[in-house]
Design a protein around this ligand. Structure first.
Ligand code: GRF
Length: 189
């Protein structure tokens, strides 16, 4: 099974997926929308093609996603894992990959969807936040939930310390959930 990761930032989750042992798929492609993103240099160490695709260089979102889709098809990609990809997925990719795009979000959805979920949790004063892995639909962090894990928010937490505690969970939960869902799908098909 061949898969692609989409990322816009540091790529620590992408790296955790690539380095996971016994994953039932191979990461063949990294798609990145930000030419300066640190994930690009990380991905040069992997056995995957790096496809930097800057939306600013396309007429509209449809043309941008079509360019990505052409690349995905050329590489026979079957699954897409979003890992800090800071854009909504549009109809071009959603229709080509129904129930085959996953995302990870640093909160217990539906709480704190959208940007800076960690800052949102700290401002709200909640005592528990967490990590969610879900299927991607047209909304912002709204698709069907596959896995969640709670993370305590401590009195003395800063953005940095809470982020670190959440990321430690993310790096284990994302590869675990990918394995689970791919095996499930394989059993059903
Ligand atoms: C993660 O916290 C993920 O939940 C969110 O974006 C962040 C990406 O971090 N969607 P990284 O680039 O994987 O380090």
């Amino acid at each position: 099974i061949s898969a692609a990761i989409f990322a816009s930032g540091s790529g620590s989750n992408a790296e955790a997926i690539v380095q996971a042992s016994e994953l039932p798929c191979t990461i063949q492609l990294l798609v990145c929308d930000k030419p300066e993103a640190p994930v690009i240099s990380k991905a040069k160490e992997w056995d995957a093609e790096v496809f930097v695709c800057d939306p600013k260089t396309f007429e509209d979102k449809q043309a941008y996603e079509q360019a990505i889709l052409t690349k995905l098809q050329e590489k026979h990609i079957e699954w897409i894992f979003l890992a800090g990809y800071m854009r909504l997925i549009g109809p071009t990719l959603l229709e080509a990959y129904p129930e085959r795009i996953l995302n990870i979000h640093p909160s217990l959805l539906p709480a704190f969807a959208g940007k800076d979920a960690i800052g949102q949790a700290l401002s709200a004063g909640v005592k528990v936040s967490g990590v969610t892995i879900h299927f991607v639909d047209a909304g912002m962090d709204t698709g069907n939930i596959i896995a969640q894990e709670a993370v305590p928010v401590l009195e003395e937490d800063t953005h940095h310390t809470l982020h670190q505690r959440i990321q430690a969970i993310e790096h284990r939960l994302y590869p675990e959930t990918i394995s689970y869902i791919l095996k499930e799908r394989d059993r059903k098909e």
